[in-house]
Design a binder for this molecule. Structure first.
Ligand code: S3P
Length: 167
């Protein structure tokens, strides 16, 4: 089967951007970061969009931007952790690419995102909010075609597993 796109989904801090960069090298497909596309379109940082317009407005922009991106092909699409919450988004990802869910334990995620001020949903306190949000998002990534536990793997190893799945 030849895939149109690779779509990376997963909770914050599961390595979507890092693995995306490694895949970009390996496949020579362009990496499109959905959060970055949103920031460029709006001319505002993610925290600023959340604080001035609210999460619902952010989600609406995210869906629009994702739809435009998913209409193209031969890209690696790194999505934001909450892009999977809308059915419309899950459908367009599944229709137009191999959807890969990256997973990690709460401990790994907290370690990876600590000190990060760019994730408004964590409210500057990942140790408190990562477990709460992980629980809320339970099952949200299960629609993916492939699931990879990233705790003990390098980005190279994860990218290698994904490339194997494309065959
Ligand atoms: C979000 C994840 C973030 C970003 C926004 C909301 C979420 O992306 O889209 O802060 O709801 O999980 P990353 O997963 O790239 O951090």
């Amino acid at each position: 089967m030849s895939w149109q796109n690779i779509v990376l989904v997963g909770f914050m801090g599961t390595g979507k951007s890092t693995v995306g960069l490694t895949l970009e090298e390996a496949l020579k497909w362009k990496l499109i970061d959905v959060d970055q596309a949103i920031v460029e379109r709006e001319g505002l940082s993610i925290p600023d969009i959340f604080s001035t317009r609210g999460e619902a407005a952010f989600r609406a922009i995210e869906s629009e931007v994702l739809e435009t991106i998913m209409a193209r092909s031969e890209q690696i699409v790194a999505t934001g952790g909450g892009a999977v919450l809308a059915e419309r988004n899950r459908e367009s990802m599944s229709r137009n690419g191999l959807v890969v869910a990256l997973k990690a334990s709460a401990e790994t995620i907290v370690a990876r995102v600590s000190g990060d001020t760019n994730r408004p949903l964590l409210q500057g306190n990942p140790a408190e909010f990562v477990p709460i949000l992980l629980e809320k998002r339970k099952g949200a990534y299960d629609f993916a075609d492939v699931e990879i536990d990233t705790d003990l793997l390098t980005a190279q190893e994860i990218a290698g597993l994904i490339v194997q799945q494309m065959k």
